[in-house]
Write a protein that binds this ligand. Structure first.
Ligand code: BES
Ligand code: MN
Ligand code: ZN
Length: 495
């Protein structure tokens, strides 16, 4: 997909299809004033018939126009005639680009960044258009014999007045960088477990590192982790024939002495549950258990592409969780890298075993903050559904900054309490900690477990079990929370 900015006035414009907004009162957006008169007349006639009432999420294609460089006009409903909420702006755009699937149109000019949006400046609006086009266009065809895409548009031009061109350019470059990051995250998520193994993730990281000067990659093998005493992490991969990897991505875009932001992502490339085997129904979806790791890769790609003036460390503990002969057994006791001992009461609570040793490992980077993301608990889906990701952490400033970034990026979070009282549930008769906390408050007790390994820094945990992929007919990775994290990084860099 090619993205460009368009500063030509609409009366001189050549386009396959022009996207124009229409409000509920049949008024067009201000940009339409510069359309050729003949075009405006046709639109007025169509609107007078009442074929489009301007409701949010509706569209109407006018497929032929007289004497104009503009071949078609797509009317996009914008609802009430006033500034749009960010959510409604996105809703209108989603409807627009979904309606352009399977069409003959190759190039589109979109005027919707000219619309007034509450708290949405030119940069934000331009970026949103790109992110939504990108989301609509993404299709996983790697293993389809028929690789025809539903979305055949090749070029999107976004209008911008010359007075706001700098902002629009920033939106365009950030939008394409974030879109590329999201696509990498989605692709890795959608790849099946027999292809996307821990070794494959490590190879992808190395490949990514080769694309950017400031990004270097280091991969720890099981023998290295043994030396470091990562007894919790290694206990998980013992149940599988694929060797575990601990991938470090080191992006040095900031001052040499600036403390890094550390991003940790669970990279469980397939979670069968281990000896505490999961039921068969829907188990295929556990190929997505590496979406936290894929988010780290996608976010670092976007950060490197945007050349953010920050130091960022990405850490991805990658493993499978399978019931091979040497797998963890309920009752086993592990010694973590921190020295704390863990009783495994359920081998399916493996994510926290990978993360706890990775959190301890993160100490050596002297982090400013540590943010981990993991498809950690089914309980998070029960509590919050698929709308926000769960947020827990030991530092209010960090949590509030993440909440705010989620609002701007439309990739929301909801904070849950990490209170002392819940720690009771993790008591073990045989070790320092049990790896599960019983059936109540599963998302919180998982975070409570992690908190024991995050005592030395500012830390936030994102449970993305409900948000990293869609289930059902439309099954597929969403690329979340790349939008949230890239927004957080942009705020840290320039905010
Ligand atoms: N990867 C799963 C969590 C998960 C489940 C994500 C369903 C998305 C959808 C995780 O490793 C897991 O199995 N967690 C257990 C924890 C339990 C044993 C305490 C769970 O949620 O059932
Ligand atoms: Mn599990
Ligand atoms: Zn898991």
């Amino acid at each position: 997909m090619e993205y460009a900015l368009e500063t030509t006035s609409l009366d001189a414009l050549q386009a396959d299809c022009l996207i124009i907004g229409v409000y509920q009162d049949q008024q067009l957006t201000d940009s339409a004033a510069s359309l050729p008169e003949s075009t405006r007349n046709v639109i007025s006639k169509v609107l007078a018939r009442g074929d489009n009432k301007g409701a949010i999420g509706t569209t109407l294609l006018i497929n032929a126009l007289p004497d104009s460089g503009i071949e078609r006009v797509l009317l996009a409903g914008l609802g009430e005639h006033k500034a749009l909420t960010g959510k409604n702006f996105r809703k209108a755009l989603q409807a627009v680009f979904a309606s352009l699937k399977k069409s003959q149109i190759k190039t589109v000019t979109c005027t919707l960044a000219d619309v007034d949006v509450i708290n949405g400046d030119r940069q934000w609006k331009t970026r949103q258009i790109i992110e939504i086009v990108n989301d609509t266009a993404y299709q996983f065809t790697a293993y389809k014999s028929n690789k025809d895409l539903d979305f055949t548009i090749e070029k999107i031009s976004i209008t911008a007045p010359t007075s706001e061109l700098t902002q629009a350019q920033l939106g365009l470059s950030q939008g394409t960088a974030i879109a590329d990051g999201i696509n990498l995250t989605k692709l890795l998520g959608d790849l099946p477990g027999n292809i996307c193994t821990p070794t494959y993730l490590a190879e992808q990281a190395i490949e990514l590192g080769s694309q950017y000067d400031k990004l270097s990659i280091n991969v720890l093998e099981e023998a290295d982790m043994e030396q470091l005493g990562m007894g919790a992490l290694l206990s998980v991969s013992r149940g599988s024939r694929q060797p575990a990897k601990l991938i470090t991505l080191d992006y040095q875009g900031g001052d040499k002495n600036a403390k890094p932001i550390v991003l940790i992502g669970k990279g469980l490339t397939f979670d069968a549950g281990g000896i505490s085997l999961k039921p068969g129904l829907g188990m295929d979806e556990m190929k997505y258990d590496m979406c936290g790791g894929a988010t780290v890769l996608g976010t670092l790609k976007a950060a490197a592409e945007m050349k953010l003036p920050l130091n960022i460390i990405g850490l991805i503990p990658a493993s499978e969780n399978l019931p091979d002969g040497d797998a963890n057994k309920p009752g086993d006791v592990l010694i973590s890298m921190s020295g704390k001992t863990i009783e495994v009461l359920n081998t399916d609570a493996e994510g926290r075993l990978l993360l706890c040793d990775t959190l301890t490992y993160a100490e050596r980077f002297n982090p400013d903050v540590v943010i981990d993301m993991a498809t950690l608990t089914g309980a998070c889906l029960v509590a919050l559904g698929r709308v926000p990701s769960g947020l827990l952490g030991n530092n209010d400033e960090l949590c509030n900054a993440l909440l705010a970034a989620g609002e701007v990026a439309n990739d929301s979070l909801w904070r849950l309490p990490l209170w002392e009282e819940y720690q009771e549930q993790l008591k073990s008769n045989f070790a320092d900690l049990a790896n599960i906390g019983g059936k109540d408050a599963g998302t919180i007790t998982a975070a409570c477990f992690l908190s024991h390994f995050a005592e030395k820094f500012n830390w936030a945990h994102l449970d993305i079990a409900g948000t990293a992929w869609r289930t059902g007919q439309n099954k597929g990775a969403t690329g979340r929370p790349v939008p949230l994290l890239t927004q957080y990084l942009l705020n840290r860099a320039y905010g």
